[in-house]
Design a protein. Structure first.
Length: 458
């Protein structure tokens, strides 16, 4: 009787799961395993929102496996130690794993390869499980990765994606492999009140409902509409691998149309960032392209940083977005860009401070997309116009013209008309005082001048 182990990481689903299918083909019995790694906690990455969402995902995977005669084995401890112990307990000869791109994922893979190798257990690493196209599958001449999105997207679009795999009909788990009780959402505290449910079932249901309701068809026209809330909200499910990026691309392309094309382009951006970080893992904490910025830090910008975090900057669109983040553990992509630009280029605060705050709250927060999107906004990443500044008032009038998004999240301004809601400082003084809403913490024109001077653009 042959046995294989499947180590689940950021691929918490049963449909379109190449490591699980490969293990079922090669062995009579399979141990689906997830390890709660204390290293993730020590690094501060198991924030409450992601911990709660993870609990939902693990429960859903376990439910799906039990319907197929199996179960999910959960262990706690260093990943290499626990995987080797499980492999030894069941006599496994192979361990299957989805490839990752972060420095942490690379170290984990090397430790596993080393420790399993000494025990005569083979490590099988599978590409294009977390992404649609594997990092490094397409490269430009003379480089190990694309540094600009447009040429990458052209090559990415030419790739033939594998056919999505069905969920297995049966999974037979050997006796005698012991695990721990699954974590539950209620085990933790500090989660955002509006946090969505996690898991493959919830993710597939959201994709199906969004597509049926016309969300995919309208995506090209409406994806930047802040008040319309017309995006897919699938990012948490993609982050945890509860939804397959390969399957999402296939389904969108089968639907066709401008909306589907724009949606697929967003999935391409996700893969683009993965291939950048795979080649340059240090970009998770160091400027990808330095501009020799002398950023303000926690000490000299403490008041501005606190106002930004709390949604009290005096710029309604920024404050609405930051309050949405705290309440839902999620933020509209357009809002992420403008709040990041405001912190880095208007307040001239180090992008790492903003990225850390987002990781503390975002349920979809990951090192790849969070850090590289922040670097894009800060002008230290892959943006071909690194000095661009997103004016929050201009952005608000364009993407929330009636002020509905601001009214939803900044109730102090609920009765302000559309003509002044994005510029409440222009209201008569008595009306402005009655709002109990702060004055702007910075003058935009002065801030732009300071930023251009700091970047040597005067």
């Amino acid at each position: 009787m042959t046995v294989a182990v499947v180590l689940f990481t950021a691929d918490l689903r049963l449909r379109d799961h190449p490591p699980l299918h490969a293990a079922l083909r090669s062995a009579d019995e399979v141990v689906p395993l997830f390890v709660l790694d204390p290293g993730v906690h020590a690094a501060g990455f198991d924030a409450p929102n992601r911990r709660a969402f993870l609990a939902d995902c693990l429960s859903d995977v376990d439910d799906g496996l039990r319907r197929r005669g199996g179960r999910l084995v959960v262990r706690s401890g260093p990943v290499d130690r626990e995987v080797r112990a499980v492999a030894a307990a069941c006599g496994a000869t192979e361990v299957h794993l989805a490839a990752g791109v972060t420095a942490y994922a690379h170290r984990r893979e090397e430790r596993l390869r080393r420790k399993l190798g000494t025990a005569g257990v083979a490590l099988r690493v599978h590409e294009a499980v977390i992404t649609a196209v594997a990092p490094g599958a397409v490269t430009p001449a003379g480089s190990d990765h694309f540094a600009v999105f447009t040429p990458y997207s052209r090559r990415w679009s030419e790739q033939t994606l594998r056919t999505p795999l069905a969920a297995p009909r049966a999974v037979r788990v050997p006796d005698g492999v012991h695990g721990e009780p699954l974590p539950g959402r209620a085990d933790g505290s500090g989660t955002s009140p509006g946090l969505p449910p996690g898991g493959e079932t919830a993710g597939r249901d959201r994709l199906a409902r969004w597509t049926r309701s016309g969300g995919l068809d309208a995506y090209e026209e409406r994806h930047d509409d802040l008040a319309g809330d017309a995006t897919s909200r699938l990012s948490p499910y993609l982050h945890f691998g509860a939804l397959s990026a390969v399957e999402a691309v296939h389904r969108a392309r089968a639907r066709g149309g401008p909306g589907a094309e724009t949606f697929v382009r967003q999935l391409c951006w996700r893969d683009f960032h993965h291939q950048v970080l795979a080649a340059r893992p240090e970009a998770s904490w160091r400027d990808y392209r330095t501009r020799d910025d002398r950023w303000r830090g926690e000490d000299d910008a403490a008041g501005d940083i606190a106002a930004w975090r709390d949604g009290r900057t005096g710029y309604p669109i920024v404050d609405a977005a930051m309050r949405q983040l705290r309440h839902e553990g999620w933020m509209h992509n357009r809002a992420r860009l403008l709040t990041a630009s405001f912190l880095t280029k208007t307040l001239y605060v180090d992008w790492r401070i903003g990225a850390r705050h987002f990781l503390d709250l975002l349920v979809d927060g990951d090192i790849v997309n969070n850090q590289l999107n922040w670097q894009w906004a800060a002008g230290t990443g892959t943006d071909t116009r690194p000095h661009r500044v997103l004016n929050p008032t201009v952005q608000a009038k364009r993407f929330d013209p009636d002020g509905a998004y601001v009214r939803r999240w900044v109730p102090e301004l609920a009765d302000v008309d559309a003509g002044r809601i994005h510029e409440p400082w222009r209201l008569p003084e008595d009306r402005r005082t009655a709002l109990a809403y702060p004055s702007p913490i910075v003058d935009l024109a002065d801030a732009l001048t300071r930023f251009r001077h700091a970047r040597g653009r005067d």
